[in-house]
Each structure stands twice: as C-alpha cells, then as structure tokens.
Design a protein around this ligand. Structure first.
Ligand code: NAD
Length: 298
C-alpha cells in the first residue's frame, strides 16, 4: 500500500483516483472543485485542503490537470515546494512537450524523479482502469512508474526521455485526426457513387484503406462495431478534445520545424466543425461536414 497524492479529479482524474483507492492505496486527493473532491471521497479517497497539503507525506504524486499552464503552476508553486524529495512525480495530463520538459527540468533540479505519462482512452477507460499510458522518463525510473500506474492501466509503454510521452500522445492523436477525416471523406464519396456503406466497410476493412477509424470507430451509424455514431455521436472523444490535441501538435511542429500539412488541415477542419456548434460531439461526427449535412446533427 502506497501513500498517493492525486491532484485533478475531473472527468478523467476522478475515475483514476478511485481505482488507486480500490487497489488499497492511501489516496489523499485535491481539486479546486468541491464537487469533484466530494466524489473522490465517496470513492474511497481522503480530501486534502490544497495540493501542497496533499503531497506533504506522499510516496507518489499524480496530476491530471487540464493543460500546460495548470501543470506548470501546480508543480512550481506547490508540489516541488512541499513534496518529500523521495516522492515519484507523475503527470498524466495532456500538455505541450515544452511544458512537460520544463517541469521535468525543474523537478530534476530540485532532486525529484518525474515522468510525463499522458493517456489514451477516455472517461470509461479511466473508470474501468484500462487506460494506456505513454511514458517519458529516465529508463531507471520506468519500473517504479509502471508499478504506480498499474491500478489504472491496461498497458504502460516507455516512450523515452522526458517529454516523449507527450510527443507520443500528440503524434498518435494527429494521426487519428487525419485518418478519421480521410475515412469520413471516403464514406461520403462512396455514398455519392451509390456504394452502400456496409459494403464499403467490409471491403475497406480487408483492403489497403484499412485503419482503426474504419474498422473500430466507423463514423457511419449501423456499420461495423458499436461506435458513438450509433448514439447520435454523443459520448466518445469530443471534437473539442481532438482540437486541443491537434493544436498541441501544430504548436510542436512549428517549434520543431516539422512539416505537418495534413495535421494543419485537420486542425482547420475540426476548428470549423467546432465553430459550427459541434465541439461537444464525438469527433467522428465530422462526417456530416463532408456530407454537407450539418443540419442533421442539430
Ligand atoms: P476536467 O476539466 O474534467 O478535469 C480537470 C480537473 O482539474 C478539474 O476538476 C479542475 O477543477 C481541476 N483543476 C484545475 N486546476 C487545478 C488546480 N490548480 N489544482 C487542483 N485541481 C485543478 O478534464 P479531464 O477530461 O479530466 O482531462 C484531464 C486531462 O486529461 C486533460 O489534459 C485532457 O486533455 C486529458 N485527457 C482527457 C481525455 C478525456 O476523454 N476526457 C482523454 C485523454 C486525455
């Protein structure tokens, strides 16, 4: 049993902290939202009055916060000031690579072990303890990180040095954003050409167009396995979240000098879709933009 400080108990962090408590760990939790904190207490965590108080006696500190500025602030002002140097610090938020490396640098300078460990999988996976973690940390620290994440994880993969966990996350999601747009275009064109969606699904699934967006997350309702398309594009991975990750990818591309024209186009298309009022819809609903049928979503 470990003493875990868990900071950020929102849609994702709430379920993740609950799984640490369920595994028998002593979880001292904090969130700025009283409602989120109450939910964590109901799930077996104890409430701290601040992030600094939560980490004071921690062996492991886990953060699950909205974005880079929140992570930088909580680390600089509270965690690095108040946690014992022996604590293992793990940030699971999706943030920009630069912030992750900056926090890692500050943590190392203060004598801490730190890992960036963003996740793949949504709220349901957070609740079920079946997230995939991509981890940027010193190789020597990885076994301890893997053990600490185990109650929340179905797979934990070492990506490399600090910041590479975040790099893996944004590269993967940029690929997903682009592949979903290609999938939507292909199904929209098939429809115009009189090719039934279920026939195209079967053929593309066994041909060179095969990809996860076709076979596991088909944007057309009633085709392939159950997906958000079968629930009116509710739940799943919100367009706003995809847009956040595509913006992080574009920011990283600009700073590193990488050419990502497809990623840039994907960001523009999801931004247009979100601006039409669909930021809360699953990202596969963008097929209605391709079909020229946005009205069907309202
Ligand atoms: P969320 O907004 O539901 O939760 C964030 C929580 O952090 C909130 O409860 C907020 O009150 C709290 N918070 C903010 N600043 C704080 C501070 N200074 N101290 C303490 N608590 C603070 O967001 P979420 O959906 O749980 O996402 C968290 C992270 O996980 C994001 O980086 C997101 O990109 C990433 N992510 C989300 C999903 C998803 O499907 N929701 C999937 C993968 C990754």
């Amino acid at each position: 049993m470990a003493r875990i400080a868990f900071i950020g108990l929102g849609n994702m962090g709430g379920g993740m902290a609950a799984n640490q408590a369920k595994a028998g760990h002593d979880v001292l939790a904090f969130d700025l939202s009283a409602t989120a904190l109450e939910r964590a207490v109901a799930a077996g965590c104890s409430a701290a009055g601040s992030a600094a108080e939560a980490v004071t006696d921690a062996e492991v500190v886990i953060t699950m916060l909205p974005a880079g500025p929140h992570v930088r602030a909580v680390y600089s002002d509270q965690i690095l000031q108040s946690a014992p140097k022996s604590a293992l610090l793990i940030d699971c938020s999706t943030i920009d690579v630069e912030s992750a490396r900056s926090v890692a640098g500050e943590a190392a300078a203060a004598g801490f072990r730190f890992a960036d460990a963003p996740v793949s999988g949504g709220v349901m996976a957070a609740e079920a303890g079946t997230l995939a973690f991509m981890v940027g940390c010193e190789a020597a620290d990885f076994p301890a990180v893997e053990t600490a994440l185990a109650p929340m994880s179905r797979a934990t993969i070492h990506a490399g040095e600090h910041g590479t966990g975040q790099a893996a996350k944004i590269c993967n999601n940029m690929l997903l954003g682009v592949s979903m747009l290609g999938t939507c275009e292909a199904f929209a064109l098939a429809e115009k050409l009189g090719l039934a969606a279920d026939r195209f699904f079967e053929i593309a699934s066994k041909s060179s167009g095969q990809c996860w967006s076709v076979t596991s997350y088909c944007p057309v309702p009633g085709v392939g396995p159950q997906t958000p398309a079968d629930r009116g594009y509710e739940g799943g991975f919100a367009t706003a979240m995809m847009l956040k990750d595509l913006k992080l990818a574009q920011d990283a591309a600009a700073k590193s000098g990488a050419a990502t024209p497809m990623g840039a186009q994907a960001e523009a298309l999801y931004a247009l879709f979100a601006a039409n009022g669909f930021a809360g819809k699953d990202f596969s609903a963008v097929i209605e933009l391709m079909r020229g049928r946005l009205g069907a979503l309202s």
